[in-house]
Design a protein around this ligand. Sequence first.
Ligand code: 9WO
Length: 235
Amino acid sequence: MRIDIATLFPEMCEAVLGESILGRARKNNLVTVCCHNIRDYTLDRHNRVDDSPYGGGKGMVMQADPIFRCYEAVCELSGDKPHVIYLSPQGRVLTQQIAVEYSRMEHLFLLCGHYEGIDERIIEEIVDEEVSIGDYVLTGGELPALVLADSVIRLCDGVLSGSECFEQESHYNGLLEYPQYTRPEEWHGKRVPDVLLSGHHANIESWRMEQSLKRTETKRPDMFQEFQRRNSDKC
Ligand code: 9WO
């Protein structure tokens, strides 16, 4: 899989993509992630990428042309047409299921807006889909792009080790996680549940399942309903 990120703040993106599991995935060539500075694609001699909005109003709007030239350079570089996603509060809200869809795609192009937005015509011209990571407004699309990239990259083959990816195919899918504990056995007077110290794997498994179900039912009744619906389909 290949992901290109078009942004005015490539260092902000690189900082996140260079660390931890994402950094390891890139180093092992399991994914190709490239950050592009939209400012490198302006033809303006002052490197302008934004201008005031037609019709008036405060702030600045990102111009269409530098974004388009960046997109064309990525098409040229990769030799294909990526699926273009604009991170915006107006998009459909990202879910695990959508992340799974994207993880099966060859090539994503994530467009990050800044300031008061981008010229509407670039959306019409190149954007396949707008995606939101939730109903709040940020200062730019970079953090949402990184959230999306993280959710997608961890699903790519080989990115998570055996122990890290056990959740992927399991019956815990669509449920909240069971509670986790590590050393020491007692901390601030609180003991680790006995079953986890018992070494009885079948009992541990059923305790964890029960915890996941209970938690999902009380904390996320919407997810619980969906889980029940999907499991009744299977019968
Ligand atoms: C700011 C603003 C100020 C005055 C008048 C109009 C205005 N619109 C905006 C605005 O929406 N700015 C956006 C900031 C432009 C595109 C990038 N920005 C952004 C993306 N904020 N929040 C997101 C986002 C993306 C995905 N999921 C959640 C939030």
